[in-house]
Design a binder for this molecule. Structure first.
Ligand code: SF4
Length: 336
């Protein structure tokens, strides 16, 4: 039986494995964390339907278990070729192909010092907010009766100063979804989203954006926050400019949520150099071509699935993983 090593056990890795099993190929997942699921493990509900992330995660994990797919947890891949992978524990696994499904890294908001993340308690990231929802601790962060909550879009995306010029795609709709969740939890609070552009590309996203404004009364301000500073009464003062009216703006808020972007894994550079893979200027791995080969690396026997090549939604990631498994199966058939 042909064996394929899948590097990464998030939604892309799990879905690739499930599709390979159906095609009579043995997948082996190598995951550096101690459980499967990737960043989906920390997410609360998914846009635009508010579907619990755990529904998707539980289903994928259940199928992986039922199909008895080989999984190495708490193990990373040190080096690989299309024929073998060397693991962090020294073992060498042989294979017939490799699928890289290592995902992305969340932008470290501390780099944008002007917002005070990691310094002020009232500044959190969108990923923190998901975790707080899961832990039932949002009130602890925002206070019992917050008067104002602000979201800031494009933190660590579309920003030359931090070498992240790409758009992370999912943070606009995440900001709209989280703003609605906050209004539902704190109906008395005014919620503001500070944005550069609103990018609502997916099905149901534009409708969600309208609902946020019309039903939930969420304010959308085109402008960037330039800094955040604590006030004497344990709130935050933010300074911004409304770029539609050209007016400077100051307001006190009880919570500032930074919508952090998806950046490429640092590891991509070494893997690209070792294996002759292409890296896009954004740092993400670059597929063979964006139209007819977006799960192929251009190097024989090495394939991609999910956000290792670019920011994507969970739905897009799962679809792409299915396509990656198809491409691997075709490759192995041709090779046989
Ligand atoms: S999706 Fe929106 S918030 Fe995210 S980087 Fe693009 S424009 Fe900015």
């Amino acid at each position: 039986m042909k064996r394929v090593i899948i590097i990464g056990g998030g939604p892309a890795g799990m879905q690739t494995a499930l599709c390979l099993v159906r095609r009579g190929i043995e997948p082996v997942i190598v995951e550096c964390e101690n459980e499967l699921g990737g960043k989906l493990r920390n997410w609360h509900v998914l846009f635009p339907t508010f579907t619990p992330a755990s529904d998707v995660l539980t289903e994928l994990r259940r199928k992986v278990r039922e199909n008895r797919i080989g999984v190495h947890l708490s193990t990373s891949v040190e080096t690989f070729t299309d024929r073998q992978a060397t693991l962090s524990d020294g073992r060498v696994l042989t294979c017939d192909a490799v699928v890289v499904a290592t995902g992305f890294t969340l932008f470290d908001a501390r780099i944008k010092e002007e917002y005070g993340y990691g310094i002020y308690d009232k500044v959190i990231t969108s990923a923190d907010l998901e975790r707080l929802f899961n832990e039932g601790r949002v009130v602890q962060a925002a206070g019992e009766h917050p008067r104002r909550i602000a979201f800031l879009h494009c933190v660590g995306s579309r920003d030359e100063k931090v070498c992240q010029q790409h758009c992370s795609r999912v943070c606009c709709v995440t900001g709209v979804k989280q703003a609605i969740e906050m209004r539902r939890l704190f109906p008395e609070a005014d919620v503001f989203n500070f944005y550069m552009d609103i990018r609502m590309f997916g099905p149901g996203y534009e409708e969600l954006y309208r609902e946020a404004q019309q039903r939930y009364g969420i304010h959308f301000v085109r402008g960037r926050i330039s800094e955040a500073a604590p006030t004497h009464d344990n709130r935050l003062q933010i300074k911004a400019e409304d770029t539609l009216t050209g007016r400077p703006l100051r307001m006190s808020v009880d919570l500032l949520v930074l919508l952090v972007g998806m950046r490429a894994n640092d590891q991509n550079a070494a893997w690209a150099a070792d294996n002759g893979l292409n890296q896009a200027p954004s740092g993400f791995l670059q597929p063979k071509d964006l139209f007819l080969g977006n799960v192929r690396s251009g190097v024989e026997g090495i394939f991609y699935a999910g956000t290792v090549t670019a920011p994507k939604t969970i739905g897009e990631t799962v679809n792409e993983a299915t396509a990656a498994a198809d491409a691997v199966a075709d490759y192995l058939t041709t090779k046989a």
